[in-house]
Design a binder for this molecule. Structure first.
Ligand code: FCB
Length: 411
């Protein structure tokens, strides 16, 4: 990899710090026992030293909106200075910061008064973005919104994430507002810093029919591939979003995001098998199968490094640089973690040889953390967290990742 390849790790504020003012804090009872999760908010200086120890040259983290703006009409200077201090430490250590503005959580006041399907959500989000951009001028790389589709499917169709709605019309409204927020944030960040590098982080997967011979399974997997991976890519290319779900009428709408990207952030974890099941919503059942005997993670997700190549090929139609903004595995087994990292980095190296323009890789995650629907037992970290003593302990995979970074970089 070239010397300017971004080798990093990714985290999100709420998953490490918690926040009493965030919607998720009240949403998930599991958090009551560990509201400060890893206590990273207070231990951040020590945790940032781990980045140096790893030898990464980039770090993706998020700022927690509900800490910065705990009430609608109140900015919290202490929180602002806190995130400024993180950026200062990173710059001092030659580590490129990549800041995520929205990583699933919202302040409670926003969730109660202006959730994403409400029209004022966009202006409320924008005033927060304006605040953050004006105080973090030293940041060049931005992710506006992490995994808009996961947020929408979880929050507006499945109802398993806040605001816990199951309504297609609200889903569409929220989708429209999230994409408009991205566009407005994109323009704003560029008005503050001409050389800003702005993207979303898009969760992508590969899809396969559960039973190859079953035409319904095959059809579902084509729908999924188109909706989950391509519809957003195409919207960035054309300014038009087309959504086709099985058994419901297709939707088309203009979205103001054409070309509003400087790179494309991909979060890739797994392959999903689809089975037609008339008893399920839209007839879809999701399955994880260990088809190639590479194993599954503690989340049950199939380890499927080759899917990353397929996804990167799909993204390359945008003809802009690609950064893998998340890729990782939840496991207690360090050997499995090492193998996971190596096999995915190998795929990236292969893609670079095929002229796919990948500019960075961020392993998820630096530390074990709160994993939304799974609580505290999914161990994604390169450093293990003991939630009783708050001690951080390197896994063998931490040293291995350092070795990968050193051995794969050309100086
Ligand atoms: C992604 C999320 C991230 C983390 C990983 C495991 O979908 O962006 O916060 O939970 O999954």
């Amino acid at each position: 990899m070239k010397p300017d390849f971004l080798w990093g790790v990714a985290t999100s504020a709420f998953q490490l710090e918690g926040s009493v003012h965030a919607d998720w804090a009240a949403w998930d009872p599991v958090l009551q026992s560990k509201p400060d999760v890893t206590h990273h908010y207070h231990l951040f200086r020590e945790d940032l030293k781990l980045l140096k120890e790893l030898g990464v040259n980039a770090y993706r983290f998020s700022v927690e909106w509900s800490r910065i703006q705990p009430e609608e009409d109140r900015w919290n200077d202490e929180a602002i200075q806190h995130y400024q201090e993180i950026v200062r430490i990173l710059r001092q250590n030659n580590i490129e910061p990549m800041v995520t503005l929205h990583h699933f959580t919202n302040p409670r006041w926003f969730f109660e008064r202006y959730p994403w399907h409400e029209v004022h959500s966009v202006s409320k989000f924008l005033s927060y973005v304006e605040k953050v951009a004006s105080v973090l001028k030293d940041v060049r790389y931005w992710i506006t919104i992490n995994e808009p589709y996961v947020l929408l499917l979880g929050g507006y169709l499945e109802g398993c994430m806040p605001p816990g709605i199951q309504n297609f019309q609200s889903f569409l409204k929220a989708l429209e507002h999230l994409l408009r927020s991205h566009q407005e944030a994109y323009d704003l960040l560029h008005s503050i810093r001409k050389d800003a590098m702005v993207s979303i982080a898009h969760n992508m997967a590969t899809f396969a029919p559960c039973q190859k011979w079953n035409p319904f399974d095959r059809l579902l997997s084509r729908f999924a591939q188109f909706f989950y991976n391509h519809s957003l890519l195409d919207a960035f290319l054309t300014g038009r979003l087309k959504i086709k779900f099985p058994f419901v009428r297709s939707i088309e709408m203009d979205v103001p995001i054409k070309g509003k990207l400087d790179f494309f952030g991909v979060n890739y974890y797994t392959r999903i098998h689809l089975r037609f099941n008339p008893l399920r919503k839209m007839g879809v059942e999701l399955k994880h199968k260990d088809v190639e005997r590479q194993g599954v993670s503690d989340m049950g997700w199939e380890i499927h490094p080759h899917g990353l190549e397929r996804v990167l090929r799909e993204v390359s139609k945008l003809r802009i640089p690609i950064i893998i903004t998340e890729n990782g595995i939840a496991t207690d087994d360090d050997g499995k973690k090492e193998k996971f990292i190596k096999s995915h980095v190998d795929v990236i190296e292969g893609c670079l040889k095929k002229q796919i323009d990948v500019r960075g890789y961020f392993y998820w995650s630096l530390l074990d953390n709160y994993e939304w629907l799974r609580g505290f037992d999914a161990r994604f970290g390169l450093y293990r967290v003991d939630y009783d003593t708050l001690k951080r302990k390197p896994t063998v995979a931490a040293a291995f990742y350092s070795y990968i970074i050193k051995s794969r970089s050309i100086f």
